[in-house]
Write a protein that binds this ligand. Structure first.
Ligand code: NI
Length: 206
């Protein structure tokens, strides 16, 4: 077989862009409808303009098991009510696949939730590497006043299940602004996953 060619990409922390990617996508405020507790604040913000909230430039060489996808994500600062701008969040479709995030600019959080509801938060600033272990639902949040820019990499066959958070009425806890930065509060709409679903999501690969 013909083996793949090496490649290099350059990361621009100031703009959150990356050269020589194979693809790019962006998410607007309207793509994030339903994620925030304060729906009136969301509607008011959306009425002021359907702005880009985050964008991703990626290098996707293939989707072969054992290959790697990597890229850069840039997320705008902002709030909807007392919640910071956040990504939709997901678990990997192959749930045992991990991920790495590497802070480049700004300050933020990785909010992680195990299938059984266990919650962890990792603070990310420039030069912080965040390890997202297999089986954890993950979402990034910009808690700062400037863009949050991170490099990421994950196994090419991971896939993403974006519905897992919605099916539980959101993540078990919400990150809200607090006098000293941020705080976790319980999400009243959260519905715990059925034990059988948890077992299925966390079973060892064959
Ligand atoms: Ni991921």
């Amino acid at each position: 077989m013909r083996i793949p060619d090496p490649a290099s990409c350059h990361v621009f922390p100031e703009t959150g862009k990356m050269s020589d990617g194979t693809g790019r996508y962006e998410k607007r405020l309207s793509d994030l409808a339903g994620l925030y507790a304060d729906s009136a604040a969301f509607a008011a913000l959306l009425a002021a303009g359907d702005r880009v909230v985050y964008d991703v430039t990626e290098f996707r060489p293939s989707e072969r098991p054992g290959d790697l996808i990597f890229g850069v994500t840039r997320m705008s600062p902002g709030r909807v009510g007392d919640e910071f701008f956040l990504t939709r969040g997901h678990i990997h479709a192959k749930s045992d696949r991990p991920e790495i995030y590497y802070g480049q600019k700004g300050t933020g959080l990785m909010q992680l939730e195990a299938p059984d509801g266990d919650t962890r938060v990792v603070e990310i600033r420039p030069q912080t590497i965040c390890y997202v272990p297999p089986y954890w639902i993950h979402r990034s949040i910009n808690t700062g006043e400037e863009d949050l820019v991170m490099v990421f990499s994950y196994p090419a066959d991971s896939g993403q299940d974006y519905g897992i958070i919605e099916r539980s009425g959101g993540m078990r806890q919400r990150v809200v602004a607090a006098p000293d930065g941020w705080a976790l509060v319980d999400n009243a709409a959260y519905v715990p996953r059925d034990p059988e679903v948890v077992r299925e999501l966390t079973r060892s690969p064959a």
